[in-house]
Design a protein around this ligand. Structure first.
Ligand code: PMP
Length: 432
């Protein structure tokens, strides 16, 4: 057996997920394409009434004097697709591109019976995350999380009923040794955790990235203790130093053995545009199906106009062009990281420590104080600098000396000034 049996997922899927039924209309959508079929099926608005003649997008030139390429979504099928209701899991051609892309990047091939995974396009990865929580987390389920954890993950998991089990992190993110310790000491009569939630690259907030061996160790624990890995990886392409580490999704196959324990979430927010709201989930068919049923009831489909723009862009670039683009974006943020860290070293090295992030957008600064909340949330704002205090990255109240600083937007001048203000803020109580 190379793939978990479909029935294996029954124990992971929530009652809510199992009780969903296909939409009466959406289930019949594919039949509309049968030759000669006259469709009186859906309340699709007639595109003749749409006021849009075309969608033209002008791209920035790759170098200052290069041409500005134009993407034209002009007329006919492409424009109709862009403006109309379409498949729940995404525009068919974008969906195909993403499947090929996942093959190229992660070495997985969606061949039923051989490498059974599915893809669904989502309104950003947060949408996929919300639906994954609804499909997998039942009231009282134990969920293994990084400590600290992405603050945006806490509300949905909490609402779904998660009992958080925090796993300590080190400079590579979630510690496999600590995770093993948690699992080895798990009481026999207590239901085991269903999943581990991890942001393995350029972690939000800690900036940490897991190396290959770390991922293998955690994957082996997932196999040993039979839990899922929810791999939330929006910063995957923002790897600065050296090659990208293979994803959990890739390693699942590379390692051999039984696949089907990784649900991977990708996002185009950090590399194309966050307003487009395009991401995708890749993983076991049963879970993706459950998420699609959720979509078909909740918001019908991801935004197809955004999808059409992204599809036109990907068609223009091809897989290689997309990979070249994300490398340029990573280079941009590497320069930002260097400048930002340089400013941090200049102003903060005697009052804070940090680990250099090798990916992503965040510096996780440990201030020389007991509780960063007071410094960051109250006083820094008065001094004209906003950042997040560390305590928002934990599911329960506590004091922490940490603060998360995002270096994605600040110019070098702003970074310098921000650190001057932070420094002043830290010293204020002693000097005022
Ligand atoms: N997961 C993590 C770890 C994030 O940092 C973010 C964005 N802040 C998201 C998910 C949501 O990204 P998207 O814009 O794709 O919904």
């Amino acid at each position: 057996m190379t793939q978990l049996e479909s029935a294996h997922y029954d124990k992971w899927l929530t009652a809510q997920a199992k009780s969903r039924h296909p939409s009466a209309i959406r289930a019949l959508f594919p039949l509309e394409n049968n030759p000669g079929m006259i469709s009186l099926l859906a309340g699709k608005p007639n595109p003749q009434t749409f006021p849009f003649e075309n969608i033209t997008v002008t791209l920035k030139p790759v170098t200052p004097d290069a041409p500005h390429p134009k993407l034209e979504i002009n007329a006919g099928a492409d424009l109709q697709e862009a403006l109309q209701y379409t498949a729940t899991c995404g525009l068919p051609r974008l969906h195909k591109f993403v499947r090929d892309f996942q093959h190229h990047v992660h070495g997985r091939v969606a061949v039923p019976g051989e490498d059974d995974f599915s893809v669904t396009i989502t309104n950003g990865s947060q949408d996929a995350f919300t639906k994954a929580c609804a499909a997998l987390i039942e009231q009282g389920d134990h969920v293994l999380i990084e400590s600290p954890v992405y603050t945006g993950a806490i509300p949905e998991m909490t609402i779904a009923g998660a009992q958080f089990v925090e796993v300590e992190c080190d400079e590579q993110g979630m510690s496999a040794a600590k995770l093993a310790h948690v699992m080895e000491n798990w009481p026999e009569n207590k239901p085991r955790p269903k999943l581990v939630y991890t942001v393995p690259t350029g972690n939000n907030p800690s900036g940490a990235s897991a190396g290959k061996q770390r991922k293998i160790d955690i994957l082996n624990l997932a196999r040993k203790y039979d839990f899922l890995i929810l791999e939330d990886d929006p910063y995957y392409f923002l790897t600065f130093d050296g090659d990208r580490v293979p994803s959990y999704f890739a390693l699942e196959k590379e390692l051999g053995g039984v696949r089907g324990r990784v649900l991977r979430l990708d996002s185009m927010s950090k590399v194309l545009s966050s307003g487009l709201r395009i991401g995708w989930a890749t993983g076991p068919q049963k879970i993706i199906e459950a998420m699609d049923l959720h979509t078909s009831a909740a918001n019908l489909q991801p935004n197809s106009t955004s999808q059409a723009i992204v599809q036109a862009l990907f068609k223009h670039w091809g897989i290689d062009g997309l990979l070249e683009h994300v490398s340029r974006v990573a280079d941009f943020y590497r320069v930002k990281r260097d400048a930002f860290e340089g400013a941090a070293a200049k102003y903060m090295s005697d009052i804070a420590t940090w680990v250099t992030p090798t990916a992503g957008m965040f510096l996780w600064l440990k201030l020389d104080c007991e509780d960063s909340n007071d410094v960051i949330k109250e006083r820094a704002i008065k001094n004209g600098v906003i950042a997040l205090p560390g305590n928002v990255f934990y599911p329960t109240p506590r004091t922490t000396p940490y603060t998360r600083l995002s270096y994605s937007m600040a110019s070098i001048e702003d970074a310098e000034e921000a650190f001057r203000r932070l420094r002043r803020t830290v010293f204020e109580p002693f000097h005022s």
